[in-house]
Design a protein around this ligand. Sequence first.
Ligand SMILES: Nc1ncnc2c1ncn2[C@@H]1O[C@H](COP(=O)(O)OP(=O)(O)OP(=O)(O)O)[C@@H](O)[C@H]1O
Ligand SMILES: [Mg+2]
Length: 149
Amino acid sequence: MEYKFTMRSEMDTIEFAQNLESEKFPNMVICLNGELGSGKTLFTKGFANALGVDETVTSPTFTIIKEYAGELPLYHMDVYRLDGNVDGVGIEDYYHKGGVVIIEWANTIKDILPEHRLDIKFKIAGENSRILIVTPHGAEYEELCEAVF
Ligand SMILES: Nc1ncnc2c1ncn2[C@@H]1O[C@H](COP(=O)(O)OP(=O)(O)OP(=O)(O)O)[C@@H](O)[C@H]1O
Ligand SMILES: [Mg+2]
């Protein structure tokens, strides 16, 4: 099962993230993929804002993992620079810390992604338009999609 949406503005992407946030649960894992500048970080900012994170969310490209306090802890990762070298980083530890995990460039660490997760693929369709393809993996994510979409 997959769901496809067109975002026609930044605000659409932010609202989309807010909608998903409304169905959050502890240990939720959201995997973001798609080319540079397609909106992965903007989505995360929208999600964080809805989660009540006060701090400004910035791209964790150099730090790999950033932690924010919200209604649930938010663990924001950008694994692009790891280039698949995940040994010793401890990414899997974050899957069961009780927070929400959002991973940019998740496909570069395919082997260590949890089986149950929400995949979102971003595609640039124009200056301000983006196509989002959402694929739930696991019953809890299928139910989440049914609730939101
Ligand atoms: N509908 C839209 N949704 C998301 N971003 C949009 C949209 N329209 C325009 N943009 C712009 O596209 C850019 C998206 O940048 P963002 O940093 O979120 O991309 P990214 O996928 O995280 O890139 P990277 O792979 O470098 O981390 C921003 O400049 C944003 O303003
Ligand atoms: Mg980014």
